[in-house]
Design a protein around this ligand. Sequence first.
Ligand code: ADP
Length: 477
Amino acid sequence: MRSPSISLRLTGWVAAVFLCGFIVFGTVIWCDLAWTLSKGRDKTLSGRANRLVELLESSKGDTKARLDVKFADFQEATPEGHLIQVFDDRGERVFPRPGRNAEAVAWPSIDPGEQAINLDIEMHDRPFRVLVLPISVDGRKLRIFVAGQLDDNQRLLARLSTGVLWTVPALLVISTLAGYFVSRRALSPIYSFIESARLISIGSLSQRLQAPNSRDEMAQLAETCNDMLARLETAVGQITRFTTDASHELRSPLSYIRTLAEYALRRPNVDAESAEGFRDIVTETEAASRLLEDMLTLARADASRVEAIFQPVDLTSAVRAAVDKLPSLGETGHRFSVDIDRETLWVMGDAASLSRLAWILIDNAIKYTPSGMRITISLSSTDHEVSLVVRDNGVGIPKEALPRIFERFFRVDPSRGQTEGVGLGLAIGKWIAESHRGRITVESEEGVGSTFRATFPRVNVTHSLLSNESYVFSDHP
Ligand code: ADP
């Protein structure tokens, strides 16, 4: 499975990091607020208890009745005063005095010893914080119990939790969109590199990637790729020159050997065995010359050194020129069907190259179709395109070989048809089609047959061919 694009992966990472950040941030804020509120509550309870201690200290020697009044006033003046009570060390309530109205509170049955303690309790299904403060007044041990409700604190924390839970998804969406936008922007030079690199082929190694006007990693990448392209261009140029020169240099000795063999064959006193040998030499040198010509064509194509003059060409006439080379029925035993109208079909190109392409397809159909089977050659056109179709009922091409069929020197299995050929025909055919802004495709089934289709852009020509040979053309009629 193809992994997702870098921008998507970056966006995923940004979203994941932001999500973790939001969770940590929300948790820290929540814990901090909970801690601050709890400390605040304890401080308030402790303040209330200390004020009561001061009151008791300053009321030493007062009568019981006076003390009751003072305690009642204190309760009155203190928020949640009804939750403040004083017990002695036996657990008997001292204030409010037993028998007087007092809040029925579930005081914790805990002995604080000498230390003040704070704890959470539940009363009437509500949460409370309690401070138990042991004191000694006039040698008498007392415990002050001060309670405060926790409802407000818990409501505040619940509101914070709800706020965070609503905000996190919204912030996550915003950060994801921002992450995607920023990563697309940061990677935009890469997309333009991909576009440019796709257009660079062995025949256009002089092209370069457009480096961005910056000194960042993208500019370095473009420069590195461009340096590599320059080195490749030099290397391919050397190989191409070598192939061109070698093919060129081999031409003359080959034709010399062939001429000598043909000359020897014509001599009257040549014996049968030698004649057989000379005929083999002629056949082999012919094949070698064809191979050299093909290699020369492709080497020149790679070096973009083919000097074809592109002009409006009638594809019908170019294909007819190839069809005229068809062997007669008796020679190959095939049944040829030529479906070409007299209509003129203009394309921009070179007539000889187009004829050569047609012949490559026809020749292959003959080579890979058993004698007696049908081979159909037809031309079809639409408003915008012209297609040459060569169909046969021959051996066909295995599915796994189809993607490689236009590669140089690729042959499916030389033993399937005639052994003639080295696997350069379709590579040349493809180059001819593409250099004419066309394309070549194949449909084939092993044992059933093959259909090769070469399609070119059709041009509309308004001209005065015979008078001044000037052409006005456009891509579409
Ligand atoms: P060759 O010189 O071997 O014919 P080509 O480049 O023209 O080289 O073709 C490459 C290979 O494609 C051939 O070897 C053959 O196996 C296969 N091929 C081409 N045309 C046909 C066809 N019409 N039917 C079956 N196989 C074909």
